[in-house]
Design a protein around this ligand. Sequence first.
Ligand code: KG4
Ligand code: ZN
Length: 349
Amino acid sequence: MLDGKILTMAFESSCDETSAAFVLEGREVLSNIISSQIDIHKEFGGVVPEIASRHHLSNINWVTEKARKAASEKYGRTIAWDDVDIVGVTKGPGLVGALLIGIATAKAFAAVLGRPLVGVHHIHGHISANYIEHKDLKPPFTALVVSGGHTSLVRADDYDSFTVIGETRDDAAGEAYDKVARVLGLGYPGGPLIDETAKKGDPGAVEFKRVFLEKGSYDFSFSGIKTGVLNYVNSEKQAGRWDYSQISDVAAGFQQAVLDVIVTKAIAAVKENSGTMGRKLVVAGGVAANSRLREMLTSECEKEDIRLYIPSPVLCTDNAAMIGCAAYYRYKAGKTDGLSMDAYASIPI
Ligand code: KG4
Ligand code: ZN
């Protein structure tokens, strides 16, 4: 406890970011240290699971100590390990070998300090990032989750209770960005590179198919668009027309096709559920950092009189503060885990 307030220490290691955070009363971030492995995986064109686990292992101790020191500085007095009330950690979905490093660390602290361990669903964490920056936000609301592994529309009935109303049937939005970036030779991670490249292109120059699926469905499908981009590039090459100046137009056209579908479905879901969920749209996950998506959602929500919540870009991508926030609310709901808790490659939202 810090002056009567609950202190959560949290860990996130589901993919290529090693992160530790200290969060007070669920929403006040005292520290959020993130060590990214992007530069290490770049040369392989994507995350190599075995390499990710090794780096989590060598980073987790200094990241944790740095988080404790940064939290002490912010709070204005030394925070001792014993001040920690709850230990939160991502339990999945993610790379199992990577998750296990955060989980083993969290278990060690929980066992030594005699504090509850709270395993958090990675996506509950992403959604909770919004509570950190929007102090007035409370459930119920409709959430759009767009990350490297998920593209879902979710009803957040309570802090720790969710109903999926639509999800991708194949690739996630971030996965589509990463694959198309590879096709265009932009490199890794694809999302931010396409975001930047598309700014220089004309989104109307090359049209890619928008896949809306059956009428009324909130599901998504993005696997076709990668093939669409690949076919376009190959046919331009065969016709001798392809040159590098086209890359920005193709990136912009791809992005617009994906985002048109995401924004249309998200707005429709909010409107349909507004009776119970209110006219609120909460956006979460790495792709929520995308500048064009943020622009489009801002203007559509304004038109439709919907209150839009998006975290700032650093809280959109993977970090432990969001896990600390979700762990706090899960603990408040009476849900804790034993020291035998597993890591999960996939678990439903
Ligand atoms: O949420 P996240 O950090 O990790 C997962 O839980 O998957 O999301 C990572 C995904 C990657 O596919 C990355 O390319 C994408 O988010 N991403 C972006 C942007 N920043 C990250 N996609 C589009 N535009 C961005 N600015
Ligand atoms: Zn994530």
